[in-house]
Design a protein around this ligand. Structure first.
Ligand code: MGP
Length: 204
């Protein structure tokens, strides 16, 4: 995909600004690390199927060009049916409580009242992740956009739930990134595993 983008870019006219600008615009642009998009459509659950049966790993990428192509073509949460999720996780980390990187983790969650704010917050978060905008970058496992009949939401999954200072710092930074003044809450996966209506642990 990146090759297609770069070869079509090569046939375009030279951008203004001389050789330095031309070099900056030449693709593909490598990201700091690899990321994977996932999709989970739980709208038609098979009877008796365990959670995770419908979770699919879709595409792993490590260039800006691939990211934009995937985002434009597929990964807009407003396109999702009800009871479905998109995920962007660090390559090698599965978006499950059971993954070793997530097992002691938790998530910050923000609810969304409109499809357009869902898309906007999702895109801002994706760009922040692939652009390594969080200071505690190794703490971030990934992000999930969930379309639900009651209320859509986005959750930022992190690794070490017990480290309150780190989680608060990530939560505050995330609010800046998505330009949010409302309160957000952090829950531990371990609590959710035991009790679906478990209370959140931190606020930011
Ligand atoms: P959910 O999809 O995170 O929340 O988990 P939803 O649908 O918004 O509902 P909420 O009211 O619980 O917030 C819904 C249910 O799916 C959980 O209660 C678990 O039974 C199951 N589940 C979700 N996740 C992310 C996992 C997981 O990682 N592992 C396992 N085993 N079950 C999970």
């Amino acid at each position: 995909m990146a090759t297609e983008l770069s070869s079509s870019a090569a046939t375009e006219q030279q951008p203004e600004g001389g050789p330095a600008m031309a070099a900056a615009n030449a693709g593909p642009h490598k990201l700091e690390r690899k990321w994977t998009f996932w999709f989970d459509n739980q709208s038609k659950p098979k009877q008796g199927a365990a959670w995770g049966t419908s979770l699919r790993q879709v595409y792993t990428f490590d260039t800006v060009e691939e990211f934009w192509c995937l985002y434009d073509q597929i990964f807009k949460p407003s396109k999702l049916p009800a009871q479905a999720d998109f995920h962007l996780f660090r390559a090698g980390v599965e978006p499950k409580w059971e993954d070793p990187e997530c097992a002691n983790g938790g998530k910050w969650t923000v609810a969304s009242n409109t499809k357009s704010s869902l898309d906007t917050m999702w895109l801002e978060t994706l760009m922040a992740l692939i652009g390594e905008q969080f200071d505690e970058t190794d703490e971030i496992c990934g992000v999930v956009a969930s379309v639900r009949p009651r209320q859509d939401k986005i959750s930022l999954w992190t690794k070490t739930a017990a480290n309150e200072a780190v989680q608060i710092s990530i939560g505050r930074k995330w609010k800046q990134i998505i330009d949010l003044s409302d309160r957000i809450t952090y829950s531990f996966h371990d609590d959710s595993r035991r009790d679906r209506s478990a209370k959140a642990r931190y606020n930011a």
